[in-house]
Design a protein around this ligand. Structure first.
Ligand code: GDP
Ligand code: MG
Length: 372
Protein backbone atom coordinates (compact mmCIF):
# COMPACT_ATOMS: atom_id res chain seq x y z
CA UNK A 1 0.00 0.00 0.00
CA UNK A 2 3.04 2.22 -0.35
CA UNK A 3 2.45 5.68 -1.80
CA UNK A 4 -1.12 6.05 -0.64
CA UNK A 5 -2.21 9.42 0.74
CA UNK A 6 -4.42 10.20 3.71
CA UNK A 7 -7.44 10.63 1.51
CA UNK A 8 -7.10 7.21 -0.11
CA UNK A 9 -6.15 5.57 3.15
CA UNK A 10 -9.17 7.14 4.83
CA UNK A 11 -11.38 5.68 2.15
CA UNK A 12 -9.95 2.21 2.61
CA UNK A 13 -10.17 2.34 6.38
CA UNK A 14 -13.60 3.96 6.27
CA UNK A 15 -12.29 6.97 8.15
CA UNK A 16 -12.47 10.65 7.32
CA UNK A 17 -9.21 11.85 5.70
CA UNK A 18 -9.13 14.66 8.25
CA UNK A 19 -9.16 12.09 11.02
CA UNK A 20 -6.20 10.30 9.41
CA UNK A 21 -4.27 13.58 9.14
CA UNK A 22 -5.04 14.40 12.76
CA UNK A 23 -3.97 10.97 13.90
CA UNK A 24 -0.72 11.30 11.96
CA UNK A 25 -0.13 14.67 13.56
CA UNK A 26 -0.51 13.07 17.00
CA UNK A 27 2.05 10.50 15.89
CA UNK A 28 4.40 13.30 14.91
CA UNK A 29 3.90 13.07 11.17
CA UNK A 30 2.86 16.29 9.48
CA UNK A 31 1.16 15.77 6.12
CA UNK A 32 -1.78 17.09 4.20
CA UNK A 33 -4.50 14.86 2.75
CA UNK A 34 -2.91 14.56 -0.66
CA UNK A 35 0.66 13.91 0.34
CA UNK A 36 1.67 10.31 -0.22
CA UNK A 37 2.68 8.36 2.85
CA UNK A 38 5.50 5.87 3.12
CA UNK A 39 4.98 2.29 4.12
CA UNK A 40 6.29 2.71 7.67
CA UNK A 41 3.93 5.57 8.36
CA UNK A 42 0.98 3.58 7.07
CA UNK A 43 1.93 0.64 9.25
CA UNK A 44 2.34 2.81 12.35
CA UNK A 45 -1.01 4.36 11.65
CA UNK A 46 -2.62 0.99 11.12
CA UNK A 47 -1.08 -0.31 14.33
CA UNK A 48 -2.55 2.70 16.09
CA UNK A 49 -5.95 1.77 14.80
CA UNK A 50 -5.23 -1.63 16.24
CA UNK A 51 -5.46 -3.51 13.00
CA UNK A 52 -3.31 -5.11 10.39
CA UNK A 53 -3.77 -2.61 7.62
CA UNK A 54 -3.51 -4.90 4.67
CA UNK A 55 -5.70 -7.64 6.02
CA UNK A 56 -8.42 -5.32 7.14
CA UNK A 57 -8.38 -3.53 3.85
CA UNK A 58 -8.58 -6.79 2.01
CA UNK A 59 -11.31 -8.23 4.11
CA UNK A 60 -13.43 -5.15 3.55
CA UNK A 61 -12.77 -4.84 -0.12
CA UNK A 62 -13.17 -8.46 -1.05
CA UNK A 63 -16.74 -8.44 0.23
CA UNK A 64 -18.22 -7.29 -3.07
CA UNK A 65 -21.79 -7.64 -1.83
CA UNK A 66 -21.06 -5.25 1.00
CA UNK A 67 -19.45 -2.71 -1.32
CA UNK A 68 -22.32 -3.14 -3.74
CA UNK A 69 -24.90 -2.50 -1.02
CA UNK A 70 -22.98 0.54 0.11
CA UNK A 71 -22.75 1.89 -3.42
CA UNK A 72 -26.46 1.37 -3.91
CA UNK A 73 -27.17 3.47 -0.84
CA UNK A 74 -25.15 6.40 -2.12
CA UNK A 75 -27.62 9.16 -2.63
CA UNK A 76 -25.54 12.22 -3.34
CA UNK A 77 -26.95 13.07 -6.70
CA UNK A 78 -29.96 10.93 -7.53
CA UNK A 79 -31.61 11.11 -10.90
CA UNK A 80 -34.34 8.97 -12.48
CA UNK A 81 -33.21 5.82 -14.18
CA UNK A 82 -35.04 3.59 -16.67
CA UNK A 83 -36.89 0.56 -15.29
CA UNK A 84 -35.35 -2.90 -15.68
CA UNK A 85 -38.01 -5.29 -16.86
CA UNK A 86 -38.16 -9.09 -17.08
CA UNK A 87 -40.72 -10.93 -19.18
CA UNK A 88 -41.93 -14.18 -17.66
CA UNK A 89 -44.67 -16.67 -18.31
CA UNK A 90 -45.50 -20.22 -19.34
CA UNK A 91 -43.74 -21.80 -22.31
CA UNK A 92 -45.30 -20.89 -25.69
CA UNK A 93 -47.33 -18.05 -24.23
CA UNK A 94 -45.37 -15.55 -26.33
CA UNK A 95 -42.36 -14.22 -24.34
CA UNK A 96 -39.89 -14.50 -27.19
CA UNK A 97 -42.39 -13.09 -29.68
CA UNK A 98 -42.95 -10.07 -27.44
CA UNK A 99 -39.22 -9.50 -26.89
CA UNK A 100 -38.55 -9.82 -30.62
CA UNK A 101 -41.32 -7.42 -31.44
CA UNK A 102 -39.95 -4.85 -29.01
CA UNK A 103 -36.42 -5.33 -30.22
CA UNK A 104 -37.34 -4.67 -33.81
CA UNK A 105 -39.98 -2.00 -33.49
CA UNK A 106 -38.77 0.12 -30.58
CA UNK A 107 -35.07 0.39 -31.08
CA UNK A 108 -33.18 3.36 -29.72
CA UNK A 109 -33.42 6.44 -31.91
CA UNK A 110 -30.55 6.85 -34.35
CA UNK A 111 -29.70 3.20 -34.27
CA UNK A 112 -32.21 1.93 -36.79
CA UNK A 113 -30.79 -0.82 -38.93
CA UNK A 114 -28.35 -1.91 -36.27
CA UNK A 115 -28.04 -5.62 -35.87
CA UNK A 116 -29.21 -6.79 -32.48
CA UNK A 117 -26.60 -8.80 -30.66
CA UNK A 118 -27.64 -11.48 -28.27
CA UNK A 119 -26.27 -9.90 -25.13
CA UNK A 120 -29.05 -10.92 -22.78
CA UNK A 121 -30.53 -7.47 -22.37
CA UNK A 122 -31.41 -4.42 -24.39
CA UNK A 123 -32.97 -1.01 -24.12
CA UNK A 124 -35.92 0.25 -26.07
CA UNK A 125 -37.06 3.80 -26.46
CA UNK A 126 -40.66 4.73 -25.81
CA UNK A 127 -41.41 8.42 -26.27
CA UNK A 128 -38.90 10.23 -24.10
CA UNK A 129 -38.30 7.17 -21.97
CA UNK A 130 -36.00 4.20 -22.08
CA UNK A 131 -36.89 0.76 -20.81
CA UNK A 132 -34.34 -1.99 -20.20
CA UNK A 133 -35.51 -5.51 -20.98
CA UNK A 134 -33.70 -8.52 -19.63
CA UNK A 135 -33.72 -11.32 -22.13
CA UNK A 136 -33.08 -14.03 -19.55
CA UNK A 137 -33.15 -17.48 -21.05
CA UNK A 138 -35.94 -19.06 -19.07
CA UNK A 139 -36.79 -19.02 -15.43
CA UNK A 140 -33.80 -21.04 -14.31
CA UNK A 141 -31.33 -18.22 -14.81
CA UNK A 142 -33.68 -15.80 -13.12
CA UNK A 143 -34.15 -18.07 -10.13
CA UNK A 144 -30.43 -18.67 -9.93
CA UNK A 145 -29.74 -14.93 -9.94
CA UNK A 146 -32.29 -14.26 -7.27
CA UNK A 147 -30.99 -17.13 -5.15
CA UNK A 148 -27.62 -15.44 -5.27
CA UNK A 149 -29.11 -12.18 -4.10
CA UNK A 150 -28.87 -10.38 -7.39
CA UNK A 151 -32.34 -8.99 -7.61
CA UNK A 152 -32.00 -6.84 -10.67
CA UNK A 153 -35.54 -6.63 -11.98
CA UNK A 154 -37.77 -3.68 -11.17
CA UNK A 155 -40.91 -4.87 -12.92
CA UNK A 156 -42.09 -8.29 -14.11
CA UNK A 157 -44.24 -8.60 -17.21
CA UNK A 158 -46.32 -11.73 -16.82
CA UNK A 159 -47.32 -13.03 -20.24
CA UNK A 160 -50.37 -15.28 -20.22
CA UNK A 161 -51.86 -16.64 -23.44
CA UNK A 162 -55.54 -15.76 -23.68
CA UNK A 163 -56.34 -19.12 -25.27
CA UNK A 164 -54.49 -21.19 -22.68
CA UNK A 165 -54.80 -19.40 -19.34
CA UNK A 166 -52.87 -19.89 -16.13
CA UNK A 167 -50.38 -22.76 -16.36
CA UNK A 168 -47.69 -24.12 -14.00
CA UNK A 169 -44.95 -21.72 -15.12
CA UNK A 170 -47.41 -18.83 -14.84
CA UNK A 171 -47.81 -19.64 -11.17
CA UNK A 172 -44.06 -20.12 -10.80
CA UNK A 173 -43.50 -16.67 -12.31
CA UNK A 174 -46.04 -15.11 -9.94
CA UNK A 175 -44.25 -16.69 -7.00
CA UNK A 176 -40.85 -15.47 -8.21
CA UNK A 177 -42.08 -11.93 -8.62
CA UNK A 178 -43.75 -11.98 -5.22
CA UNK A 179 -40.64 -13.35 -3.52
CA UNK A 180 -38.52 -10.71 -5.23
CA UNK A 181 -41.13 -8.07 -4.32
CA UNK A 182 -41.30 -6.77 -7.88
CA UNK A 183 -44.62 -5.47 -9.18
CA UNK A 184 -46.30 -7.51 -11.90
CA UNK A 185 -47.89 -6.13 -15.03
CA UNK A 186 -50.10 -8.73 -16.67
CA UNK A 187 -49.95 -8.94 -20.45
CA UNK A 188 -52.76 -11.17 -21.69
CA UNK A 189 -51.38 -12.26 -25.04
CA UNK A 190 -52.75 -13.76 -28.24
CA UNK A 191 -55.99 -11.81 -28.05
CA UNK A 192 -56.07 -12.03 -31.87
CA UNK A 193 -56.95 -15.71 -31.59
CA UNK A 194 -60.59 -16.70 -32.11
CA UNK A 195 -60.64 -18.74 -28.91
CA UNK A 196 -59.02 -15.99 -26.82
CA UNK A 197 -60.78 -15.52 -23.50
CA UNK A 198 -59.08 -12.70 -21.59
CA UNK A 199 -61.91 -12.54 -19.05
CA UNK A 200 -61.34 -16.16 -18.07
CA UNK A 201 -57.59 -15.49 -17.67
CA UNK A 202 -58.35 -12.48 -15.47
CA UNK A 203 -60.64 -14.59 -13.27
CA UNK A 204 -57.93 -17.20 -12.92
CA UNK A 205 -55.25 -14.65 -12.05
CA UNK A 206 -57.44 -13.09 -9.38
CA UNK A 207 -57.16 -16.34 -7.47
CA UNK A 208 -53.45 -15.61 -7.23
CA UNK A 209 -53.98 -12.14 -5.87
CA UNK A 210 -53.57 -10.30 -9.16
CA UNK A 211 -56.63 -8.06 -9.19
CA UNK A 212 -57.15 -5.49 -11.97
CA UNK A 213 -57.48 -1.87 -11.00
CA UNK A 214 -61.02 -1.61 -12.32
CA UNK A 215 -62.01 -4.34 -9.87
CA UNK A 216 -60.40 -2.56 -6.94
CA UNK A 217 -56.99 -4.18 -7.13
CA UNK A 218 -53.61 -2.71 -7.93
CA UNK A 219 -52.40 -4.85 -10.81
CA UNK A 220 -52.21 -3.44 -14.32
CA UNK A 221 -53.66 -5.70 -17.03
CA UNK A 222 -53.09 -5.11 -20.76
CA UNK A 223 -54.55 -7.22 -23.58
CA UNK A 224 -51.97 -7.62 -26.32
CA UNK A 225 -51.07 -9.51 -29.42
CA UNK A 226 -47.31 -9.87 -29.50
CA UNK A 227 -47.46 -11.47 -32.92
CA UNK A 228 -49.38 -8.63 -34.52
CA UNK A 229 -47.99 -5.82 -32.38
CA UNK A 230 -51.37 -4.93 -30.93
CA UNK A 231 -51.47 -2.74 -27.78
CA UNK A 232 -47.72 -2.93 -27.32
CA UNK A 233 -47.52 0.85 -26.93
CA UNK A 234 -50.15 0.62 -24.18
CA UNK A 235 -48.04 -2.01 -22.46
CA UNK A 236 -44.97 0.25 -22.66
CA UNK A 237 -47.05 3.19 -21.35
CA UNK A 238 -48.00 1.07 -18.35
CA UNK A 239 -44.38 0.13 -17.69
CA UNK A 240 -43.40 3.81 -17.69
CA UNK A 241 -46.34 4.63 -15.44
CA UNK A 242 -45.40 1.92 -12.95
CA UNK A 243 -41.76 3.05 -13.06
CA UNK A 244 -42.79 6.61 -12.27
CA UNK A 245 -44.75 5.43 -9.25
CA UNK A 246 -41.71 3.46 -8.11
CA UNK A 247 -39.47 6.54 -8.40
CA UNK A 248 -36.50 4.52 -9.62
CA UNK A 249 -33.30 6.47 -9.08
CA UNK A 250 -29.55 6.14 -9.21
CA UNK A 251 -26.52 8.38 -8.94
CA UNK A 252 -24.64 8.57 -12.26
CA UNK A 253 -21.68 10.33 -10.61
CA UNK A 254 -20.58 7.29 -8.58
CA UNK A 255 -18.13 4.64 -9.72
CA UNK A 256 -20.22 1.92 -11.34
CA UNK A 257 -21.66 -1.10 -9.54
CA UNK A 258 -24.09 -3.69 -10.79
CA UNK A 259 -24.62 -7.28 -11.84
CA UNK A 260 -23.40 -9.67 -14.49
CA UNK A 261 -26.29 -10.72 -16.71
CA UNK A 262 -24.40 -13.27 -18.72
CA UNK A 263 -20.85 -14.08 -19.72
CA UNK A 264 -18.97 -16.33 -22.09
CA UNK A 265 -15.55 -16.97 -23.50
CA UNK A 266 -15.05 -15.57 -27.00
CA UNK A 267 -12.30 -17.15 -29.09
CA UNK A 268 -10.91 -13.83 -30.20
CA UNK A 269 -11.94 -11.35 -27.52
CA UNK A 270 -11.48 -13.49 -24.43
CA UNK A 271 -14.06 -13.23 -21.65
CA UNK A 272 -17.10 -11.20 -22.72
CA UNK A 273 -19.63 -10.19 -20.09
CA UNK A 274 -22.96 -8.40 -20.27
CA UNK A 275 -23.22 -6.05 -17.33
CA UNK A 276 -26.18 -4.14 -16.04
CA UNK A 277 -25.23 -0.78 -14.56
CA UNK A 278 -27.25 -0.40 -11.35
CA UNK A 279 -25.39 2.49 -9.81
CA UNK A 280 -22.96 5.08 -11.16
CA UNK A 281 -21.52 5.27 -14.64
CA UNK A 282 -19.28 2.63 -16.18
CA UNK A 283 -16.43 3.88 -18.38
CA UNK A 284 -14.00 2.27 -20.76
CA UNK A 285 -10.78 1.89 -18.80
CA UNK A 286 -12.44 1.39 -15.40
CA UNK A 287 -10.66 -1.08 -13.09
CA UNK A 288 -13.28 -3.66 -12.19
CA UNK A 289 -13.90 -6.76 -10.09
CA UNK A 290 -16.76 -9.00 -11.21
CA UNK A 291 -17.41 -12.05 -9.07
CA UNK A 292 -14.06 -13.78 -8.91
CA UNK A 293 -12.67 -12.03 -11.94
CA UNK A 294 -10.98 -8.71 -12.45
CA UNK A 295 -9.53 -6.45 -15.10
CA UNK A 296 -9.97 -3.16 -16.80
CA UNK A 297 -12.91 -2.44 -19.11
CA UNK A 298 -11.21 -2.69 -22.49
CA UNK A 299 -14.14 -2.34 -24.86
CA UNK A 300 -17.79 -1.66 -24.23
CA UNK A 301 -20.61 -2.20 -26.73
CA UNK A 302 -24.37 -1.87 -26.57
CA UNK A 303 -26.90 -4.42 -27.85
CA UNK A 304 -26.55 -2.99 -31.35
CA UNK A 305 -22.89 -3.88 -31.35
CA UNK A 306 -22.05 -0.19 -31.25
CA UNK A 307 -19.01 0.89 -29.24
CA UNK A 308 -19.82 3.14 -26.33
CA UNK A 309 -17.46 4.98 -23.99
CA UNK A 310 -19.72 5.05 -20.97
CA UNK A 311 -22.84 3.39 -19.67
CA UNK A 312 -25.31 5.13 -17.34
CA UNK A 313 -27.68 3.55 -14.75
CA UNK A 314 -29.96 0.76 -16.04
CA UNK A 315 -28.07 0.33 -19.28
CA UNK A 316 -26.82 -3.07 -20.29
CA UNK A 317 -23.43 -3.29 -21.99
CA UNK A 318 -21.18 -6.01 -23.21
CA UNK A 319 -17.60 -5.60 -22.02
CA UNK A 320 -14.21 -7.21 -22.61
CA UNK A 321 -11.12 -6.94 -20.44
CA UNK A 322 -11.81 -9.39 -17.60
CA UNK A 323 -9.20 -12.04 -16.86
CA UNK A 324 -11.75 -14.85 -16.54
CA UNK A 325 -15.41 -15.50 -17.28
CA UNK A 326 -17.65 -14.36 -14.39
CA UNK A 327 -21.00 -16.01 -13.64
CA UNK A 328 -24.49 -14.69 -14.32
CA UNK A 329 -25.73 -13.02 -11.17
CA UNK A 330 -22.24 -12.05 -9.98
CA UNK A 331 -21.92 -8.58 -8.59
CA UNK A 332 -19.35 -6.20 -10.03
CA UNK A 333 -17.79 -3.09 -8.58
CA UNK A 334 -15.46 -0.50 -10.07
CA UNK A 335 -12.36 0.37 -8.06
CA UNK A 336 -10.25 3.51 -8.06
CA UNK A 337 -7.13 1.84 -9.35
CA UNK A 338 -6.19 -1.30 -11.19
CA UNK A 339 -3.81 -2.48 -8.49
CA UNK A 340 -6.60 -2.70 -5.93
CA UNK A 341 -8.93 -4.34 -8.44
CA UNK A 342 -6.29 -6.93 -9.20
CA UNK A 343 -5.50 -7.77 -5.58
CA UNK A 344 -9.17 -7.93 -4.63
CA UNK A 345 -9.90 -10.05 -7.69
CA UNK A 346 -7.05 -12.43 -6.93
CA UNK A 347 -8.12 -12.66 -3.30
CA UNK A 348 -11.65 -13.54 -4.34
CA UNK A 349 -10.46 -16.10 -6.86
CA UNK A 350 -8.42 -17.72 -4.09
CA UNK A 351 -11.40 -17.74 -1.72
CA UNK A 352 -13.53 -19.31 -4.45
CA UNK A 353 -10.92 -22.00 -5.00
CA UNK A 354 -10.81 -22.86 -1.32
CA UNK A 355 -14.60 -22.98 -1.23
CA UNK A 356 -14.66 -25.18 -4.32
CA UNK A 357 -12.12 -27.54 -2.80
CA UNK A 358 -14.11 -27.69 0.43
CA UNK A 359 -17.22 -28.60 -1.54
CA UNK A 360 -15.41 -31.29 -3.52
CA UNK A 361 -13.92 -32.71 -0.35
CA UNK A 362 -17.33 -32.82 1.23
CA UNK A 363 -18.79 -34.58 -1.77
CA UNK A 364 -15.94 -37.08 -1.77
CA UNK A 365 -16.37 -37.72 1.94
CA UNK A 366 -20.13 -38.05 1.55
CA UNK A 367 -19.78 -40.60 -1.20
CA UNK A 368 -17.15 -42.38 0.85
CA UNK A 369 -19.56 -42.68 3.76
CA UNK A 370 -22.34 -43.68 1.42
CA UNK A 371 -20.27 -46.52 0.04
CA UNK A 372 -19.39 -47.81 3.50
P1 GDP B 1 -42.41 -18.40 -25.46
O1 GDP B 1 -42.17 -19.87 -25.25
O2 GDP B 1 -43.19 -17.82 -24.32
O3 GDP B 1 -41.17 -17.63 -25.76
O4 GDP B 1 -43.41 -18.30 -26.70
P2 GDP B 1 -43.07 -17.85 -28.18
O5 GDP B 1 -42.85 -16.41 -28.29
O6 GDP B 1 -42.02 -18.74 -28.74
O7 GDP B 1 -44.47 -18.16 -28.88
C1 GDP B 1 -45.00 -19.46 -28.99
C2 GDP B 1 -45.93 -19.53 -30.22
O8 GDP B 1 -47.02 -18.64 -30.05
C3 GDP B 1 -45.25 -19.09 -31.51
O9 GDP B 1 -45.66 -19.92 -32.54
C4 GDP B 1 -45.74 -17.66 -31.72
O10 GDP B 1 -45.77 -17.31 -33.08
C5 GDP B 1 -47.13 -17.74 -31.14
N1 GDP B 1 -47.57 -16.44 -30.66
C6 GDP B 1 -46.91 -15.61 -29.80
N2 GDP B 1 -47.63 -14.49 -29.59
C7 GDP B 1 -48.75 -14.61 -30.34
C8 GDP B 1 -49.91 -13.76 -30.54
O11 GDP B 1 -50.03 -12.66 -30.00
N3 GDP B 1 -50.87 -14.25 -31.35
C9 GDP B 1 -50.78 -15.46 -31.96
N4 GDP B 1 -51.80 -15.83 -32.73
N5 GDP B 1 -49.72 -16.26 -31.79
C10 GDP B 1 -48.72 -15.85 -30.99
MG1 MG C 1 -39.20 -18.33 -25.77
Amino acid sequence: QDGMNAQELGKLLHREPAEIVKKLFMLGVMVNQNQSLDKDTIEILAADYGIEAKEKVHEDLSDLDKIFEKEMKNTDHLVSRPPVVTIMGHVDHGKTTLLDHLRHSHITAGEAGGITQAIGAYQVRHGDNQITFLDTPGHAAFTEMRARGANITDITILVVAADDGVMPQTIEAINHAKAAKTPIIVAINKIDKPDANPQHVTDQLMQYGLVPEKLGGDTIFVNISAKFGKNIDELLDMIILEAEVMELKADPDQPAAGSVIEARLDQGKGPVATLLVQQGTLHVGDPIVAGHTFGRVRTMTNERGREVKKATPSSPVSITGLNEVPEAGDRYVVFDDEKTARSVGEERAKEAQVEERRKTTRVTLDSLFDSL
